[in-house]
Ligand binder design. Structure first.
Ligand code: FES
Length: 273
């Protein structure tokens, strides 16, 4: 069992859990994730690693509450325990000197793009980060991402804070203005990842997207996280989650991620009843 040593509600429906796990804290790297199971009856869900403290022996995850399991997870408190906390899983994000890197975080991803931005900056890259949220009340950790970047732009869909518009729109503006961008690293909702990839495609700017597929075992055996990249079958848990956004078969990705929508709704209704 794994103890929750800290729980915080960051903004509506986005929560933070700090969990004691010294081994995982020693091995975590930017871009990796964990598989969590609340109890013996629960499903396993992947959550991106937001932070880790090797000295104190803990790992932080930040998640969006959007179904039965994440709702149950959000109800847990400091001092509670979860049954499984497995990781770090996935190939760490490639951190090299690329030049000017734009890190894009949509929704909850602000919570876990920070280690990546920090690592890219410490490698000597110029890092411009973009936070994209629906509205002002969903913006969080602006200060943390700002200090991990050379420049930060915040955009909200309704214009209530920062620029009005979307991350792909801002990216397009930057590219059309002639600003040199050597790589884009994007984390967040699938449609945003796809839109960012389409924006950069005509400019030939490498775009790395972190894919959030349905996962069960997290070790490449069950096939549930299957994606197609460049016409080749890959497993997001062991080959990713980072992939070249220009090579992803987005139609297949969205179709596979929607497979259990009906069952997820039934499970959520049952949980709330
Ligand atoms: Fe089973 Fe990736 S989660 S193969």
């Amino acid at each position: 069992m794994y103890k929750i040593i800290s729980k915080r509600d960051l903004v509506p429906k986005i929560h933070l859990l700090k969990i004691a796990e010294p081994t995982l804290a020693k091995k975590s790297q930017p871009g990796q994730f964990v598989l969590i199971r609340i109890d013996e009856e629960g499903e396993r869900i992947p959550l991106n690693i937001a932070d880790w403290d090797e000295n104190e022996g803990n790992v932080t995850v930040v998640f969006f509450e959007n179904g039965a399991t994440t709702h149950k997870l959000a109800l847990l408190k400091e001092g509670d325990f979860i049954a499984n906390f497995v990781g770090p899983l996935g190939v760490p994000t490639r951190i090299e000197k690329f030049g000017h890197v734009v890190c894009i975080a949509g929704g909850v991803a602000t919570g876990f793009i920070i280690p990546m931005a920090k690592a890219l900056k410490s490698k000597g890259n110029k890092v411009t980060s973009i936070i994209w949220e629906k509205t002002e009340k969903m913006v969080f950790w602006e200060d943390r991402l700002a200090s991990a970047s050379d420049k930060l732009i915040v955009a909200t869909e309704d214009g209530s804070y920062g620029r009005k518009g979307s991350a792909p729109m801002l990216l397009k503006e930057m590219l059309e203005s002639g600003e040199r961008i050597d790589q884009v690293n994007a984390m967040g909702p699938g449609p945003m990842l796809k839109a960012c990839s389409e924006v950069t495609r005509p400019f030939g700017v490498k775009t790395i997207v972190s894919l959030h597929s349905i996962m069960v075992d997290g070790i490449g055996m069950c096939g549930s996280c299957r994606v197609s990249v460049g016409g080749v079958t890959k497993f997001a848990c062991v080959d990713g989650p980072d992939f070249d956004g220009h090579q992803v078969d987005w139609g297949l990705f969205f179709a596979r991620n929607a497979i259990y929508i009906k069952e997820e709704k039934i499970a959520f209704d049952k949980h709330l009843a």
